[in-house]
Design a binder for this molecule. Sequence first.
Ligand SMILES: C[S@@+](CC[C@H](N)C(=O)[O-])C[C@H]1O[C@@H](n2cnc3c(N)ncnc32)[C@H](O)[C@@H]1O
Length: 210
Amino acid sequence: MGGITAGPVEDYLYSILPPRDEVLREMEAEADRNDVPIVGPAVGRILYQLAVISAAKLIFEMGSAIGYSTIWWARAVGEDGRVVYTDGDPKNASKAKAYFQRAGVSDRIILKTGDALELLSEQKQECDIIFNDVDKDDYPRVFRIALAKLRKGGLFVADNVLWSGKVAQKKPADASTKAILEFNRLLYDSHDLFTTILPIRDGLAVAIKK
Ligand SMILES: C[S@@+](CC[C@H](N)C(=O)[O-])C[C@H]1O[C@@H](n2cnc3c(N)ncnc32)[C@H](O)[C@@H]1O
């Protein structure tokens, strides 16, 4: 799953995870085969916990790919909860749709294709959780759009905020690393948020809106 923790520790963390059901296992295998950068089961469990702890009922996911993280959220929100799936690639959306049916969560998912930033800008109802997993260069722009769409006490969650450890480079050269560095700074500097970066897998930022 490409984690930043020392190899043996990373292996240990994944070795003790309880087995997933058939659908999630199949998605993990597909992601592995086709290099789809899913959050994987260790982070999937955190997403599930965050939604349950905060009793989230409306989650907006930005960058959903084949819908792996979407299913973790959908299972956590319960029958009366909703998760907005977004991805720019219609092929991903059709694969995800089939997985949602098999996972028995289709009724909880609002499937949207297109630019996740535009789709979030059009979102009318305030969200309980916004999950950011789009192209990393766009992270600072997502920050600027997301806060207004989140309810007070809601969670802003972002994946890959340690970017394979590249955030610790002395002179980061690539645009994605620079964008993530800016994003992390924005999160911690914001007076509207209280943020923690969890150094699991590729780094997960969890921020609560004050
Ligand atoms: C890291 S993958 C998402 C993985 C997914 N969250 C999971 O863990 O199962 C990122 C996805 O976001 C999509 N994406 C990237 N930038 C986007 C944007 N601005 N709008 C919509 N989708 C975007 C890509 O097509 C890709 O499928």
